[in-house]
Design a binder for this molecule. Structure first.
Ligand SMILES: *Cc1c(COP(=O)(O)O)cnc(C)c1O
Length: 417
């Protein structure tokens, strides 16, 4: 590592930063929680917890228990005994622990993409003559594609907000985009590229004053940033559970529908699990009362198991302390960027102020793709985003300061080499 860095003249700075990382780890009140996650042979620095969270050790046991004590021991009886309630119980828990949502408004359903489809369609159905959807060009691909598909299907219009790729949607832009034809505004709480945090209360209020519904995608914020959906007056929300909620690959997403909309809300995929009485096997569909009508088919009981282990841990620590550590880690990352990466031709692609920055930091470099590939070979795992972005994701409960230091030192080494 020193070879390349000697050329940048920074080995002394690096040593000082390595010592600071060790100090920050020693002072970190949440440091011990890192040992709750499974050890990963050969991984030096995992900086992609914002794409796929690490597994907890507890999950190995809890999945085994589910297979033996529920699936095998209880077989089909387990549906009546507990599984039918699981999507609601876990949804309520996510609502209470992470979303600031009272019970009965959050449920675990399909993937984020499918839930987005259902919620966008439901919002348009509830909006009478209004036929416009406002969304930003910087939103995650699936959000944009789902909206394009729905617009095509229903003959609705899309009003695009052009967002700064280093930032995110601003209230003034939303204000200028909404009007008497707007049915729905769909934005991400945290931009997946820049990590900028949107002003949810203000933007939601702007949508409401225009008579539109507001749908927030929480994929990059849930589990890392506290929120208050009920008091912010949010109508609809959706979010991933495999990122900061460590639910594992393909774990199902949650949907939130504000109670005030439950009676009029109708989603387009009428399956038996969203019906008022799934086991009545009736002739015609009648939606369940409340949030249950967001469901369609048989819920993924296996897919909901690991996230409950993470919810145990999050409840033990508290989301405020998690956010606090996330801010300290990303501040340290910024310091490393400024002192070590910037002299090597990197630039920052995330907000400087932690007030509006989530739990990852994006940097740019002309050779981002090849640098990321070189790091992956050495057990340092950030995330490449075309054309020149590298995302450095911090998952506060499983990432340490020394780990961040090691990752950035390795990145500097390959960039200088
Ligand atoms: C990760 C992510 C998704 C993923 O959607 P899936 O259906 O789970 O693949 C959607 N939106 C945003 C903003 C994301 O960050």
């Amino acid at each position: 590592m020193t070879d390349g860095l000697t050329r940048t003249g920074s080995p002394r700075i690096l040593t000082a930063l390595a010592l600071r990382a060790a100090e920050l780890d020693a002072e970190d009140p949440l440091a011990s929680y890192r040992s709750r996650f499974l050890a990963e042979p050969g991984v030096i620095s995992y900086l992609d917890g914002n794409s796929l969270g690490r597994p907890l050790s507890a999950t190995r046991e809890s999945l085994g228990r589910l297979v033996e004590q529920e699936w095998s021991a209880r077989l089909i009886r387990a549906w009546d005994e507990r599984w039918m309630q699981t999507p609601y119980a876990v949804g309520d828990r996510i609502g209470r622990t992470l979303l600031g949502a009272a019970e009965g408004q959050t449920v675990i359903g399909d993937s984020t993409s499918v839930l987005l489809y259902k919620l966008v369609r439901a919002a348009l159905a509830a909006s009478g003559e209004r036929d416009e959807i406002v969304i930003d060009t910087g939103n995650f691909p699936t959000d944009r594609f789902i909206v394009q598909g729905v617009a095509d299907e229903l003959g609705a219009k899309i009003h695009w907000i052009e967002t700064d790729p280093h930032g995110g949607p601003e209230p003034e832009q939303v204000e200028a985009a909404v009007g008497s034809r707007t049915a729905l505004v769909l934005l991400s709480h945290i931009s997946y590229r820049s990590a900028q945090i949107a002003d949810v209360p203000r933007i939601t209020d702007i949508a409401h004053r225009a008579g539109a519904l507001m749908l927030w995608d929480l994929c990059h914020s849930v589990g890392a940033v506290p929120m208050e959906l009920d008091s912010w007056g949010v109508d609809l929300a959706v979010g991933c559970t495999y990122k900061y909620v460590n639910g594992g690959p393909g774990s199902p997403a949650f949907g939130y529908v504000n109670r005030s909309l439950h009676s009029e809300f109708q989603q387009p995929i009428w399956g038996w699990m969203g019906a008022a009485e799934p086991f009545a096997m009736g002739r015609d569909y009648a939606p369940a009362d409340g949030i249950g009508r967001l469901l369609s088919g048989t819920p993924s009981i296996l897919g909901m198991r690991p996230m409950q282990d993470m919810l145990d841990l999050i409840e033990e620590v508290g989301i405020a302390a998690i956010r606090d550590k996330s801010v300290r880690l990303t501040e340290f990352l910024l310091e490393l960027h400024d002192t070590v990466l910037a002299p090597l031709g990197f630039s920052l692609a995330s907000p400087r102020s932690s007030e509006v920055r989530g739990s990852h930091v994006s940097v740019e470099h002309p050779r981002a793709k090849e640098l990321t590939a070189a790091l992956w070979e050495h057990g340092v795992i950030p995330d490449f985003r075309a054309p020149r972005g590298i995302r450095l994701g911090i998952s506060p409960l499983s990432t340490g300061f020394g780990e961040v230091y090691d990752g950035i030192a390795a990145l500097a080494e390959v960039a200088a080499g």
